[in-house]
Design a binder for this molecule. Structure first.
Ligand SMILES: Nc1ncnc2c1ncn2[C@@H]1O[C@H](COP(=O)(O)OP(=O)(O)OP(=O)(O)O)[C@@H](O)[C@H]1O
Ligand SMILES: [Mg+2]
Length: 249
């Protein structure tokens, strides 16, 4: 349960700086970012190409390390973990959905969904996984291979896989970027119901105001900095805000 005053952060970064390269060619991809992703909420991250969205997500998720500052999953500071513990944390406490689905082509739908659990030697919660399979609507496709599915179906498998181990937080980097609008809407609906009906936490990078409209809050990045945020976004309000940024820059 979260308290009314200060919702628990499923993930957060504090004074996060990420510099790629060095010398004249150094790129400051994150420039002192403080952000908290509350548990039980759906947060979207928007901003122009190159603004640091993927970098923020990767550093918050333990896929990449910060140059300075700190990243936490729950109360665990990622910078304090050795490689082995970091690998275990990524496997057990974080879920990922990527633009390119990243399913294993030789495994069936059912095997793909439970892959993170199987790798961990965990049985997982059968009832939970069963419920997930119904939520993503894949019960009649469980023994198919990814190549036998549409893009939207493949991404629904990836969503089920991301939630299978009941991670603290699921990070999705442009999960609808390769989908037509109808399949995209289905995937966004799934992410939304995982948060609202299954008490999950989702952080999603997107370029699409319609996608961002599914979130509880939108964070706007520009040049590696958090420049704005919007509660209870709608696609129209997000679009207006993005236009306002373009005018200013
Ligand atoms: N591995 C890397 N090496 C060097 N520079 C990088 C690397 N990854 C990202 N950058 C740079 O860091 C900045 C932020 O990149 P990032 O990928 O986080 O942007 P983004 O907001 O996700 O963009 P997009 O919307 O195009 O995916 C960019 O200037 C990018 O060129
Ligand atoms: Mg990106």
């Amino acid at each position: 349960m979260t308290t009314a005053t200060a919702p628990r952060a499923a993930a957060r970064v504090v004074d996060a700086v990420k510099v790629y390269g060095g010398g004249d060619t150094a790129v400051r991809a994150l420039d002192a970012v403080d952000v908290s992703f509350p548990a039980g909420r759906f947060t979207a991250i928007m901003g122009p190409s190159g603004s640091g969205k993927s970098t923020l997500m990767h550093c918050a998720a333990g896929l990449d390390t910060l140059t300075s500052g700190a990243a936490y999953i729950g109360d665990t500071e990622l910078g304090a973990l050795d490689d082995r513990r970091l690998t275990l944390l990524r496997r057990d406490r974080v879920g990922f959905v990527f633009q390119a689905f990243n399913l294993v082509p030789t495994l069936t739908v059912a095997e793909n969904i439970t892959l993170p659990l199987d790798l961990a030697g965990r049985h997982g919660d059968r009832e939970w996984i069963d419920a997930l399979i119904d939520v993503v609507g894949l019960r009649d496709r469980l023994h198919h291979r990814p190549s036998e599915l549409s893009g939207g179906q493949q991404q629904r498998v990836a969503v089920a896989r991301a939630f299978a181990g009941r991670p603290d937080v699921v990070f999705a980097d442009e999960p609808t970027g390769n989908l037509d609008s109808r399949s995209g809407a289905e995937v966004l609906g799934l992410l939304g119901s995982a948060v609202r009906e299954m008490d999950r936490t989702v952080v999603m990078v997107t370029h699409d105001p319609v996608a961002a409209g599914h979130a509880d809050e939108v964070l706007f990045l520009a040049d590696g900095r958090l420049v704005d945020r919007m509660e209870a976004p709608t696609a129209d309000r997000v679009l207006d805000r993005l236009k306002a940024f373009e005018v200013r820059t």
